[in-house]
Design a protein around this ligand. Structure first.
Ligand SMILES: Cc1cc2nc3c(=O)[nH]c(=O)nc-3n(C[C@H](O)[C@H](O)[C@H](O)COP(=O)(O)OP(=O)(O)OC[C@H]3O[C@@H](n4cnc5c(N)ncnc54)[C@H](O)[C@@H]3O)c2cc1C
Length: 407
């Protein structure tokens, strides 16, 4: 029996290995000149390939409960032993993110490729699948200049995020042509564009802080860590983490705002004591100079403008309590309106995708076309930042590879 894997990314590579170990005749069709390009870019080149705290509540999608069986079938412990058997010694950081101990994403790709070669799995690169048809028992896999055939197909060619690494959304068109419903994709784990005129001045400023997203009616999500102001708005791990929920609300038509806290470990009262004491001790300095050393210098004029205290000549000792609190309000609750996001080129993950209700949630086989399976980001499942997306790729790739080769 021949199983065709369309897309040699994380989910496709593991699917190929499992199917071949189950004695299927496996071929990988990959449009780029080599497989696994996206894996090399993951985790800032270190590949955060899973997380010690995998659970369904770290995943999102319209029918997300249907992903539970797949995450349990090839779970964290199976994933760790699968990679350990291939030679990966793991390093886990204090937040639970798991990396290869080499801290090289290439290690993950190397061990997968080594296993693909050891199992003699045929990999056909620079083959972009344009169309997929099923005639009686066989699938026709149609490329630009030739057609190949298979008994079963696993469609795992990714979503729309980072198309420069191969995944450009064509998989959705293929799935639609075979009767599947696609939940409208939008970028997740992406930088946010904010309203405001001072971002060029603040470009490059980093700090450890907390960000809270909210609409007129409710709070949306919050996270903390290193935040970065950019010339278009805001970036950094906490921003990527909250971006999915922010954009979900925006696409529903809500106005979404961020509140940024640059001193998350201090209450407003504690910060007041620190600043008023400072203003007493260095009361001879003007307002701008008095904040040097407390916050990044690039932020000082902007914070003062936002606080309505733009008088450059005034000595800091002259500020009254109400004016000090105006500064504190900006440092602890700087409010911005979200006006958009960066494009697919910068997005790490796709939210939306092939609707899970059209798929058997035990096996990942299509309910519409017998012998067609799905895996990875092409499905309407996206995870938080922290190894959750690759875990979904491993779990779903393993599941599709396993069931396509035994049934
Ligand atoms: C910069 C970046 C950093 C990331 N870091 C992490 C991280 O640290 N941890 C984590 O968990 N997740 C991370 N992710 C997300 C994670 O990489 C993806 O969710 C995961 O790789 C998805 O696997 P996949 O197999 O579904 O798709 P992909 O890895 O996108 O693979 C799809 C493959 O299909 C091929 N293809 C596409 N269309 C066709 C076609 N028509 N014919 C043939 N082949 C086709 C593509 O070329 C590609 O090789 C990151 C993503 C990016 C972009």
């Amino acid at each position: 029996m021949e199983v065709a894997i369309i897309g040699g990314g994380a989910s496709g590579l593991i699917a190929a290995i499992v199917a071949k170990r189950n004695k299927a005749n496996v071929k990988i069709y990959e449009k780029m000149n080599r497989v696994g390009k996206k894996i090399l870019a993951t985790g800032n080149g270190r590949c955060n390939f899973t997380n010690m705290y995998i659970s369904l509540d770290r995943y999102h999608g319209t029918n997300i409960k249907k992903a539970a069986k797949v995450l349990n079938f090839f779970d964290l412990s199976y994933t760790l032993s699968f990679f350990e058997d291939l030679g990966i010694y793991v390093y886990t950081d204090e937040s639970g993110k798991v990396y290869p101990n080499s801290l090289q994403a290439s290690s993950i790709l190397d061990v997968l490729r080594y296993e693909i070669e050891r199992l003699n799995i045929e990999t056909i690169t620079e083959f972009e699948v344009r169309e997929l048809r099923k005639n009686k028992e066989k699938f026709s896999i149609i490329g630009s200049d030739r057609t190949c055939y298979a008994d079963k197909v696993i469609l795992c060619c990714g979503g729309k995020a980072s198309p420069q690494l191969g995944s450009d959304g064509r998989g959705y068109e293929i799935a639609k042509s075979l009767g599947h419903n696609v939940i409208e994709p939008f970028p997740a784990l992406v930088q946010l564009r904010l309203e405001g005129k001072y971002f060029k001045r603040m470009n490059g400023v980093k700090f450890e802080g907390t960000v809270k997203a909210f609409t007129d009616k409710k709070s949306v999500r919050e996270d903390n860590g290193e935040i970065l102001f950019t010339d278009y708005g805001i970036s950094g791990p906490p921003i990527l983490q909250i971006s999915r929920k922010v954009l979900e609300e925006m696409y529903k038509g809500a106005n979404v705002f961020l509140s940024v806290d640059m001193f998350p470990n201090l209450s407003k009262l504690m910060l007041y004591d620190i600043i008023s004491d400072r203003f007493k001790r260095i009361g001879y300095k003007n307002l701008e100079d008095s904040l040097i050393g407390l916050i990044n210098k690039k932020l000082i004029p902007v914070v003062l403008i936002e606080a309505g205290l733009e008088r450059k000549d005034i000595k800091c000792s002259k500020l009254n309590k109400r004016e000090i609190y105006k500064i504190i309000d900006i440092l602890k609750e700087w409010k911005f309106k979200v006006v958009g996001h960066n494009n697919w080129l910068q997005a790490q993950v796709t939210a939306g995708g092939i609707d899970l209700s059209g798929i058997n949630n035990d096996t990942l086989e299509s309910k519409k076309v017998k012998g067609l399976y799905f895996a990875g980001e092409i499905l309407d499942v996206d995870g938080d930042c922290g190894g959750f997306n690759l875990q979904w790729a491993w779990s779903s790739g393993y599941t599709a590879g396993y069931f396509s080769s035994i049934i």
